[in-house]
Design a protein around this ligand. Structure first.
Ligand code: AHR
Length: 507
């Protein structure tokens, strides 16, 4: 009995010590302090002709899971469950050598060509009509990117005609002949991919790109003035990178609706704190680009807005030099993805499109191994955001401990956004606890609005930051529990976790 009591006391003591080690924080939200409408297109994805993304990923006619069009039903279902709103296609670096006319008409007549971007042979089995079947199946907007590397102005304009013109023109009649009499009305068109990068096929300097893209933009809009154009912005944050965006915006501002940004994160030196601060760069790039957009809009007295399309983002470093880019993600990477999404939500007034790169197998939230589809760790934060974070982004006050890591100074341990969804009458609070091993006891104060005491907390976490999923085990996943909320309540965010709290507003 005595021993039992001592053990209990010891356990209690250890527990108390552990609790005492928790950090403290405060979050204040106010649903009147809205900062911007969240565009559902920030929950986009990307499929490139690269490795096993298209062939052996979304499309695998020989697989038992294939539908009548050759697309995998399991991938379609998981894409819908992920809440993907738009899919960018066909690249990526691939697009800068892609001629879309290779991918239409009878499949047995389509040419096989060497793709110089990734070194594979492209069979052209999946082309425009097939991809549009896929985007319909997953209920997502197609977002096409045109070839500004080896492509011609006519090619760009003809693609718009093929997809969007009513019958009666050469290319729209060709579309009808290929089985689709009605226009597809593809709305989103990218003017090239990463044209600022010298790795790009047909890379150009900012002036040459801008001149070429401007002529393409004019011809594409004259073919269909309802389309939205996305200029190729910065992907390479070396010295003077913002000059690229300034040149592009000065020259294309009348024709474009968005300028794109890309960013990939890496933890090459295995430094958790530094890795957890990596999205600071993303937010800086967005703010600098927003500044240049404002400068150009004010110079030309523009009424039309120009937004940012963050159309490639993800963690990518282990499989950086592998030809197939099959990155396996762990718990730590899931936190980085949640922080990318927090950045997009926090900047919802200017970031109106975002695309995780990519959808399946290739730096992707889902993977097929041994014939089986499974979800990587990064699937879960994206799913929570895409399913729940709609409506107005809110200004969020956060008071918590901070740290320095390398060039990153004063990084808050909590990365927080909050959202007011007027349709569902809910407040959503997204919290990443960056701390490797400390939980953070947080007082959450709702300053305006009458919130319910019933709420849910969905948590993406796992015992170890290195935990990964595979085709047998899902170590990293979402766990949902009911919690007690109210206008002021306390919640402890566990170490290295992403938590999404959802609270109803009382009528
Ligand atoms: O997503 C993989 C590659 O990363 C894309 O092809 C390219 O745009 C970027 O550099």
């Amino acid at each position: 009995m005595k021993n039992l009591l001592i053990s209990l006391w010891l356990l209690l003591h250890i527990a108390t010590c552990l609790v005492a080690q928790n950090l403290k924080a405060k979050i204040k939200i106010d649903l009147e302090r809205t900062t911007g409408e969240i565009d559902k297109l920030i929950y986009g994805n990307f499929t490139e002709h690269l490795g096993r993304c298209i062939y052996g990923g979304i499309y695998e006619p020989a697989a038992p899971e294939a539908n009548a069009d050759g697309f995998r039903k399991d991938v379609i279902t998981a894409t819908r469950n992920l809440g993907v709103t738009n899919v960018r296609w066909p690249g990526g670096n691939f697009v800068s050598g892609y001629h879309w006319e290779d991918g239409i008409g009878p499949k047995d007549k389509r040419p096989h060509r060497k793709d110089l971007a990734w070194g594979d042979v492209e069979s052209n089995e999946v082309g425009t009509d097939e991809f549009l079947k896929f985007s319909k199946a997953v209920e997502a907007e197609p977002y096409f990117c045109v070839n500004m590397g080896t492509g011609s102005l006519d090619e760009a304009r003809n693609w718009v005609e093929y997809c969007n013109a009513k019958q009666g023109l050469y290319y729209s009649d060709l579309r009808a002949k290929n089985g689709h009499p009605e226009p597809y009305h593809v709305k989103y068109w990218g003017l090239g991919n990463e044209m600022d990068g010298e790795w790009q096929i047909g890379h150009k300097n900012a002036d040459d790109y801008s001149k070429f893209a401007l002529e393409a933009a004019k011809m594409m809009k004259w073919s269909d003035d309802s389309i939205k154009l996305i200029a190729s912005g910065s992907s390479n944050y070396v010295r003077d990178w913002a000059e690229w965006d300034r040149t592009v915006l000065n020259s294309l501002h009348n024709y474009i609706d968005y300028i794109s940004l890309h960013h990939y994160s890496a933890n090459r030196d295995n430094d958790h704190n530094k890795f957890m601060a990596v999205t600071t760069q993303v937010e800086n790039a967005i703010r600098i680009t927003e500044g240049i957009i404002n400068e150009v809009r004010s110079k030309y007295k523009m009424k039309k807005p120009i937004y940012i399309a963050f159309d490639e983002y993800n963690v990518w470093y282990r499989a950086f030099n592998e030809q197939k880019l099959e990155e396996h993600y762990n718990m730590q990477d899931a936190l980085v993805v949640a922080m990318y999404l927090n950045v997009f939500v926090r900047n919802a007034h200017i970031v109106k499109i975002a695309n995780m790169a990519q959808l399946v197998n290739v730096i992707a939230p889902m993977m097929i191994t041994n014939g089986k589809l499974w979800m990587q760790s990064i699937y879960y934060p994206l799913q929570l955001f895409a399913q729940n974070c709609h409506g107005q982004s809110l200004e969020t006050f956060v008071q918590c401990d901070r740290y320095d890591a390398g060039d990153y100074k004063q990084v808050p341990y909590l990365d927080v956004t909050s959202v007011y969804n007027g349709k569902t009458q809910e407040i959503i609070i997204n919290v990443v606890n960056r701390h490797k091993d400390k939980a953070i006891d947080t007082s959450i104060v709702n300053q305006f609005g009458n919130v319910d005491s019933k709420a849910t907390a969905a948590e993406v976490n796992s015992l170890s930051l290195q935990d990964e999923n595979n085709d047998l085990v899902q170590k990293v996943r979402t766990a949902v529990k009911e919690i007690v909320a109210g206008d002021t309540f306390n919640y402890t965010f566990p170490a290295h976790s992403f938590t999404q709290i959802k609270i109803k507003i009382k009528a």
